[in-house]
Write a protein that binds this ligand. Structure first.
Ligand SMILES: NC(=O)c1ccc[n+]([C@@H]2O[C@H](COP(=O)([O-])OP(=O)(O)OC[C@H]3O[C@@H](n4cnc5c(N)ncnc54)[C@H](O)[C@@H]3O)[C@@H](O)[C@H]2O)c1
Length: 404
């Protein structure tokens, strides 16, 4: 393990998700250095800089970033090596494309682009320019999914036969300050939350082979209840209730459900189970970095008490009877967004592969976009993109420094 010279990064888009990136780049990932930030709304960029300056005053040993007047100023800054694209999904393509054309590597928030044509163009352009492209999600690199992967790879549930995952909620217009993009091209629950689930699925089950979907929108308009747009309505342009199946090259089959149309208890929106010939694994919410990972083996089922007495009194079965919680075996169980960026930066310095790479983002995008396509065309969609899993995480003695 070696501390490398930090890689200089410029952030484009200083909206809702930028806070956690600013925090983690400033406090945790010491091999990433923020040269500057830029937003169409100048006050947002200034707020980002003010946050870092405040942390420097409290003792953070980083350089204060500058405010770029627009993205082109960042692209033309000779110091900058990587562009961190935190704009809205429909803006990813143009920002990433322009950054590549200016000779910069790019790490983009999910999804890679809003459709396969745009994404294919970016993949080709990066290759032609000899530049690196990587992107979110990076939650799969956290302790939860990595522990689940190790359990599966270690044969704890035998051969994987299938998986079942769901993300069920009533949309983001009750809390996000600018929720419109969730209902426009590139939005919807599959493009927004699906990346976490599909990335975790391919990390756990390997390459996907094809998709069948049934999708719709249940509401033509959504009412914003968060400030500052409270009371305004959004016209919904995308499907918001998507169900379907994925066949994996291994022969496993997953059923998937993502929706913004259903009321569900807070904190219960994520469901993720992987089934094997010798057991079942409950995978943690893939939009988080931590646990719990829960394992059910047939021998534990036989030994488990039939029901918890408290539940029995209410006439409810204990659905977790026989499950054992697996201790997390890796670092990064807190919100570590930026971990994928830090790993990519380390990869750039050392010439090694990095985990949140574009091959994964591209494969995941093909899965995401195939549900609606399958529904529209009324057929099974065989996938064209290829995928092989990136290396599992390695624990290092120092938090925030990635492996060599
Ligand atoms: N909000 C979340 O909880 C969350 C979580 C994980 C990932 N993401 C992803 O992060 C990305 C951003 O989401 P958000 O919620 O922060 O959106 P947001 O609308 O709050 O912020 C996006 C910002 O990008 C700026 N922007 C757009 N084009 C620009 C340009 N050309 N130059 C400079 N600035 C530009 C906008 O002015 C805006 O401030 C999306 O891809 C989303 O999928 C969001």
């Amino acid at each position: 393990m070696e501390m490398q010279k930090p890689v200089k990064v410029a952030m484009i888009g200083v909206g809702a998700i930028s806070g956690i990136y600013l925090q983690n780049i400033t406090k945790t990932f010491r091999e990433v250095e923020l040269t500057g930030v830029c937003d169409l709304i100048l006050e947002r960029a200034q707020k980002g800089v003010d946050y870092v300056t405040g942390e420097i005053e409290k003792g953070a040993q980083v350089t204060a970033p500058k405010v770029y007047k627009d993205m082109y100023e960042a692209f033309e800054d000779p110091e900058v090596e990587v562009i961190l694209n935190l704009t809205r999904p429909y803006e990813h393509y143009e920002v990433t494309k322009q950054a590549l054309l200016h000779g910069k590597h790019v790490y983009s928030e999910k999804p890679l682009a809003v459709d396969m044509d745009e994404a294919g163009e970016l993949v080709d352009l990066a290759e032609k320019c000899g530049l690196h492209l990587g992107g979110a999600p990076d939650t799969f690199m956290g302790a939860g999914i990595q522990t689940a992967r190790r359990m599966i790879d270690g044969g704890m549930i035998g051969q994987v036969v299938g998986a079942n995952c769901a993300m069920v909620c009533h949309g983001h217009e009750s809390w996000h300050p600018d929720p419109e993009f969730y209902y426009k091209r590139g939005g919807g629950p599959m493009m927004d939350m699906g990346p976490y689930y599909m990335t975790a699925l391919v990390q756990l089950l390997g390459e996907a082979e094809g998709v069948m979907g049934m999708t719709k929108k249940s509401f033509n308009q959504r009412l914003i209840t968060s400030d500052p747009h409270c009371g305004e309505t959004i016209d919904v342009d995308v499907d918001t209730y998507l169900t379907g199946n994925i066949r994996f090259s291994s022969g496993a089959i997953a059923q998937v459900f993502t929706t913004f149309d259903v009321y569900y208890p807070q904190g219960g929106s994520a469901r993720f189970e992987v089934y094997g010939t010798e057991g079942t694994l409950i995978v943690p919410d893939p939009n988080t970095f931590g646990g719990p990972v829960m394992l059910l083996r047939p021998e534990d089922m036989a030994a488990a008490p039939k029901t918890d007495p408290a539940l029995m009194r209410r006439g409810l079965p204990d659905i977790y009877a026989g499950y054992k919680e697996v201790p997390l075996m890796y670092d990064y169980c807190e919100n570590s967004r930026g971990l994928g960026l830090a790993d990519m930066c380390k990869g750039l310095r050392l010439g090694r592969d990095y985990r949140a790479n574009v091959q994964q983002q591209y494969h995941v995008l093909e899965i995401l976009t195939s549900f609606t396509r399958s529904c529209e065309e009324g057929k099974y969609i065989p996938l064209k993109t290829k995928y092989s899993r990136t290396a599992p995480m390695k624990n290092n003695p120092m938090h925030g420094i990635l492996d060599d």
